[in-house]
Design a protein around this ligand. Structure first.
Ligand SMILES: Nc1nc2c(c(=O)[nH]1)N[C@H]1C(S)=C(S)[C@@H](COP(=O)(O)O)O[C@H]1N2
Ligand SMILES: [Mo]
Length: 325
């Protein structure tokens, strides 16, 4: 029998909160929501200030932490929360990594989400009504940016297939297009007129309903920080990070393939499919390895970012397409 030896970066999920701890915290949060069973000060102390603090400005805070779905496992440690919430790509607030501060200007309530295009009935819903109709869970996923850095984080969210079912697309719909808010007064990056605002991304219906496609609403057992794309973002871990669009306000169903934000800017470097592949280099750099944030070293990049079992079948018979950029 072949026993594969562990590579150094294949470590246990030691930084993630163990399941029983999560479950107990969740029960406590539910108890708090149900009524004044605990004195607020005691509850706050038991919760370590996390969800309680977030509750001050986020009405969805009581959803957290959600039960972890143990089907999704990591081959490396969970990235330090501080790192994952301060090393940020969010061009609406500036074209550099230190946009966590400026992104606090993002106003996340009221927030509405519109479903339109090829749907049975177009509708605009309040984010808290949408969240209330979904069942949150936590998943540990790898994340690989096209710039060749990566992290591994505990997202909270719900399967995108549940969102698609909620939207009720017509059978002729082939793609779902997602759009970020547009408000240059709030997000000064959007005053940079040479970018094609608003940020737009798209998936095929088969991709959107794949089990891995997640609508992210939380991170590290708390509501999503603004800089990470509150209150609703896409998480598609087998694709380069730019596909995982933040702060979504609209889902449009269509039979025409959309041209996404980065594809409009530079189609020779950023395509529609953007699946991770270590053997297909970016025109200006290699994609063979990646720097794992906080680990100070590079590891080999995996085909489909390690998710080939779940997604390779989506692309059978599509060899003519530029699937990997
Ligand atoms: N609206 C919007 N979504 C976006 C981006 C952006 O600039 N604007 N950057 C993308 C890129 S390049 C990456 S790597 C991820 C980063 O997500 P994170 O900051 O939560 O790690 O968000 C993606 N989604
Ligand atoms: Mo990225």
């Amino acid at each position: 029998m072949l026993i594969r030896s562990r590579r150094s970066w294949e470590m246990a999920e030691r930084d993630a909160t163990p399941e029983p701890v999560y479950r107990d915290r969740r029960r406590l949060v539910q108890a708090m929501a149900a009524g004044p069973i605990l004195l607020p000060s005691l509850a706050g102390a038991l919760l370590g200030g996390g969800p309680a603090r977030a509750a001050e400005d986020d009405p969805s805070a009581r959803m957290y932490p959600a039960m972890r779905n143990l089907r999704y496992r990591l081959d490396r440690p969970v990235t330090d929360e501080k790192q994952a919430t301060t090393y940020i790509n969010f061009y609406e607030f500036g074209s550099h990594k230190s946009v966590a501060g400026p992104a606090q200007a993002l106003k996340i309530r009221p927030w509405t989400v519109t479903f339109d295009g090829m749907v049975e009935k177009e509708k605009t819903v309040d984010i808290d009504d949408l969240l209330g109709a979904m069942k949150p869970e936590e998943r540990l996923y790898r994340h690989r940016c096209v710039e060749a850095w990566s992290m591994a984080v505990p997202w909270t969210g719900f399967p995108m297939q549940d969102l698609v079912a909620y939207a009720r697309p017509l059978s002729g719909a082939k793609y779902v297009v997602m759009q970020t808010f547009k408000d240059p007064a709030m997000a000064p990056g959007q005053k940079q007129f040479w970018y094609p605002w608003p940020y737009v991304e798209g998936l095929t219906m088969a991709e959107a309903t794949n089990e891995l496609a997640l609508m992210g609403t939380g991170l590290y057992g708390k509501p999503l920080p603004r800089q990470n794309g509150a209150p609703l973002r896409l998480v598609v871990p087998w694709k380069y990070g730019f596909k995982s669009i933040k702060s979504i306000v609209r889902f449009t169903f269509t039979d025409k393939r959309p041209v996404s934000f980065w594809e409009k800017i530079q189609a020779a470097e950023y395509g529609f499919w953007a699946n991770v592949n270590p053997e297909v280099d970016h025109p200006r750099w290699s994609q063979a390895t990646e720097e794992v944030l906080g680990m100070g070293k590079r590891v080999p990049t995996l085909l489909y970012n390690g998710y080939a079992d779940q997604v390779a079948g989506l692309y059978k018979g599509m060899e003519g397409e530029k699937l990997f950029m």
